[in-house]
Write a protein that binds this ligand. Structure first.
Ligand SMILES: Nc1nc2c(ncn2[C@@H]2O[C@H](COP(=O)(O)OP(=O)(O)O)[C@@H](O)[C@H]2O)c(=O)[nH]1
Ligand SMILES: [Mg+2]
Length: 442
């Protein structure tokens, strides 16, 4: 049940860089991971951007990694010469028609191996590349997208691809991972980009896993004095791999090879209702607990995670409860396995789960496969993906900020010029208002 991973725009690709670098290293010990992320030697991913520089930098870094299976970044990427200037409308409408032009061979940019002909539009080229990727999968089931919400390419083109894929492959899953920009600073148009992108994803994706840069930064700042973008991407990549990599509790006992069902199980368990598809991921691993004796690690991880959650819930604007969630325990050993009953009870209490769902928490277990080298420990992690009513507060913040700008007609001409009319904004506001209403009625 394989997936095609689509990394769009600067943020999506930089997260892809951390993700695929980690994946290569982990496949050295985990054959299941290779099985779900590669078709033979070809990775099931595409890196798509308007500009070339992010992909080129990534390609340069990737060449330093000598392990197999590898990721040939340039031949799995699509890139043109058009940045989107932090404007969703340029990404959503403008990029689709962009053609590659006859001067292509001269400028030696290389646009990946997927060019149909020089008059092909970016949309045609992306769809062709995706078709080729799907054909290489043994049992294709869906797409996993990654992009930022604040910029132009990721937020615009990423959400456009999601809607095109919905039309072309209606039975395939679309699980989208998006990064919310920092609430302060950055670009003045980010609020528009966020709301326009989110509303399209609400229409076309099956699940939206939401990473918030503010939250990631806060989590890391508790342990480090300086936090780089790379550190943040590292945490995001760890979280993503911990959710989507194969777990032994979902691997068939007969044959023993993973079928790669985890991303789709996540949708079924956590976002089964079409009106409430926002998923909040929270991750903790044992990297900072190297001195804790092995039998105590699970309790330590659980305490850390529930402690952080309580602080977060305490600080939130309204009372939050959880509709449904999945908890993933990785690195479980026979001798020191977590007490699953205690784990589920503690998490249910912390999240204050709704009373109409008798089974709000699914627990997935991944048993450590290889015996670690002498003196080394198996790493352990705990990840929770939850569908929480606090998502209404998040949507409310995005809505208020973009509405305020819209009422003052700020930057509107700039969106109009690229094909986004006032009615499109109003439709996006309505979509987000509906999400808020649904979560409030939970
Ligand atoms: N966590 C994280 N956020 C990023 C990264 N790059 C950009 N962003 C966020 O994404 C937003 C801009 O989107 P970007 O991806 O640069 O623009 P695009 O290339 O037009 O999609 C900014 O507001 C940043 O908050 C990254 O590498 N990691
Ligand atoms: Mg960009």
């Amino acid at each position: 049940m394989s997936a095609v991973y689509l990394h769009v725009g600067q943020c999506g690709i930089q997260i892809g860089q951390e993700l695929w670098t980690k994946a290569i290293l982990r496949t050295q010990e985990d054959v299941d991971l290779k099985q779900v992320l590669w078709s033979g030697e070809s990775p099931r991913c595409l890196f798509i951007d308007g500009e070339r520089k992010v992909i080129q930098k990534f390609s340069h870094e990737m060449k330093k990694i000598k392990h197999k299976p590898s990721v040939d970044v340039l031949s799995n990427s699509i890139r043109c010469r058009k940045g989107c200037g932090a404007n969703w409308s340029v990404g959503y409408h403008g990029l689709a028609q962009h053609t590659f032009g006859k001067d292509l061979p001269k400028i030696k940019a290389g646009y990946g191996q997927y060019l149909v002909d020089f008059d092909s539009s970016m949309l045609d080229v992306c769809m062709e590349a995706i078709r080729v990727k799907i054909e290489s999968c043994d049992s294709f089931s869906g797409f996993i997208g990654f992009h930022g919400l604040g910029g132009g390419t990721g937020s615009g083109w990423g959400s456009r691809l999601c809607s095109e894929l919905c039309d072309l492959y209606p039975t395939a899953y679309r699980l989208w991972n998006v990064i919310n920009p920092h609430s302060t600073g950055e670009s003045p148009t980010q609020h528009y980009n966020q709301i326009l992108s989110l509303s399209k994803l609400q229409e076309n994706a099956d699940g939206i896993v939401l990473f918030e840069n503010d939250h990631i930064l806060d989590t890391l700042a508790k342990h480090c004095t300086t936090v780089s973008l790379k550190d943040m991407n590292n945490l995001i990549a760890d979280t993503i791999l911990s959710i989507y990599s194969p777990v032994s509790s979902l691997t068939p006992k007969v044959g023993g090879l993973s079928i790669g069902i985890e991303p789709w199980e996540l949708i079924r368990s956590v976002a089964p209702l079409p009106a409430r598809k926002l998923i909040q991921p929270r991750y903790v691993d044992d990297a900072q607990f190297s001195k804790t004796p092995a039998p105590l690690i699970w309790n330590k991880l659980l305490k850390t995670l529930t402690g952080r959650l309580r602080t977060e819930i305490h600080a939130s604007a309204s009372k939050s409860s959880c509709v449904s969630a999945v908890c993933v325990c990785r690195g479980v050993e026979k001798d020191f396995s977590p007490n699953l009953h205690h784990l589920a009870t503690q998490l249910k209490q912390t999240y204050s789960c709704v009373d109409w769902n008798p089974y709000p928490f699914d627990v997935w277990i991944d048993e450590a496969k290889k015996i670690p080298a002498k003196g080394k420990r198996r790493s352990k992690s705990l990840t929770v993906c939850a569908n929480v009513t606090a998502s209404a507060d998040y949507c409310q913040r995005v809505l208020e900020k973009s509405k305020l700008m819209f009422d003052n007609k700020a930057y509107l001409h700039w969106y109009n010029r690229h094909g986004t009319e006032e009615n499109d904004f109003i439709a996006a506001f309505t979509t987000i208002e509906t999400i808020i209403k649904e979560y409030k009625e939970t």
